[in-house]
Ligand binder design. Structure first.
Ligand SMILES: [Zn+2]
Length: 342
């Protein structure tokens, strides 16, 4: 399989990650991508470099004011007297009607959903490179490859059209799906990350041309809390085109794979001509975030199921944090996908 990878991800090295009010070392570290790349190389997948697209693919998903914010805030923030090394909001417009602010602290609160998306001096460069990685993988598939894997870092599925959150800045999965839409009338997204793909859901919420399906730990007691519940099914033209399959915390392979069957049934009914898999590996039993208990064999079995759809497919890396199984689980998924293809 072709693996698209850029070493520009390393410019983003966040230091802030609050857990129960305590600032802990960030889970979303550059070493994640190093380990995923090493494992893919060892399994003899072919590594290719992304093409330069600039901001155009990201601008097909994200708003101009948000892209302006992401690309300038670190530089401007550094000029504030006594400013922190990373941009972090200390105020939010929350749930009430609000006016877009000019002040940097206000803009940070508008565009950063939580404290898990700090913006440092290299964040924009890394996020933009990840969007180019996803776009290149989508173009490889548009050009005739049956599948391609985008080794994106930072991840993207918690990012909305105008808001970062949960380690995510640009929604690489949505960018890949939108790219596929240039030649495919209907595109499905299957998100198997342990966290609900709330940004992706939000981006396509009122659209019927992109089906969004997410299997994740129940947000009743897990990030992102406010989204990912089963009753969220889309609105307007998109009503019925979002499916959430929350799983009880700690669920092992069997129910996770049964949710995979339910997801695939909905995808088959939708009859897309291309697929994007938001490939989080943090549902692993070994993942430090401990939401679900999926084994390497479980990832392999899920990949085989997804491959049975026999669709042109872009795999986009989402979450998955440092453990001895991180690289192994990626290889299990990629290998299961290739071998499961009819
Ligand atoms: Zn995740």
């Amino acid at each position: 399989m072709k693996i698209v990878y850029s070493d520009k991800h390393a410019a983003h090295d966040p230091k802030t990650f609050f857990v129960r009010g305590v600032n802990r070392p960030a889970a979303e570290q550059p070493e994640r991508a190093d380990r995923l790349l090493a494992a893919a190389k060892a399994a003899r997948h072919e590594v290719v470099t992304p093409r330069p697209y600039g901001t155009a693919p990201a601008a097909a998903i994200h708003t101009p004011e948000y892209l302006d914010f992401l690309s300038t805030i670190a530089r401007d923030w550094a000029q504030l007297p006594g400013a922190s090394a990373e941009v972090l909001p200390n105020v939010h417009p929350a749930r009430y009607a609000a006016t877009y602010p000019k002040a940097l602290a206000g803009r940070a609160g508008w565009h950063q959903a939580d404290l898990a998306c700090p913006i440092g001096p290299g964040t924009w460069q890394a996020a933009l490179a990840a969007s180019e990685v996803a776009t290149t993988a989508a173009d490889l598939v548009l050009e005739g490859a049956r599948w391609a894997y985008a080794l994106c870092r930072p991840p993207g599925h918690h990012a909305y059209a105008d808001m970062a959150g949960g380690f995510c800045y640009l929604n690489n999965t949505a960018i890949a799906a939108q790219r596929l839409r240039t030649r495919h009338g209907r595109v499905a997204i299957l998100d198997v990350d342990v966290h609900h793909g709330n940004g992706t859901q939000g981006i396509f919420w009122e659209r019927a041309d992109v089906l969004t399906v997410s299997i994740h730990a129940d947000p009743a007691n897990y990030y992102p809390y406010f989204w990912g519940h089963a009753h969220e099914t889309g609105a307007g033209a998109g009503a019925g085109f979002n499916l959430n399959l929350p799983q009880p915390m700690g669920s092992p392979d069997v129910p996770w794979l049964a949710a995979g069957d339910a997801a695939l049934a909905r995808i088959r009914e939708f009859a897309p001509t291309a697929l994007v898999v938001a490939l989080g590996l943090d549902a692993s039993e070994s993942d430090p975030l401990q939401g679900l208990k999926v084994t390497g064999a479980g990832f392999r079995a899920m990949a085989q199921k997804v491959a049975s759809l026999s669709l042109p497919t872009v795999l986009v890396q989402e979450g998955g944090y440092l453990s001895d199984d991180l690289g192994r689980n990626l290889v299990q998924f990629l290998d299961g996908f290739e071998k499961g293809r009819p």
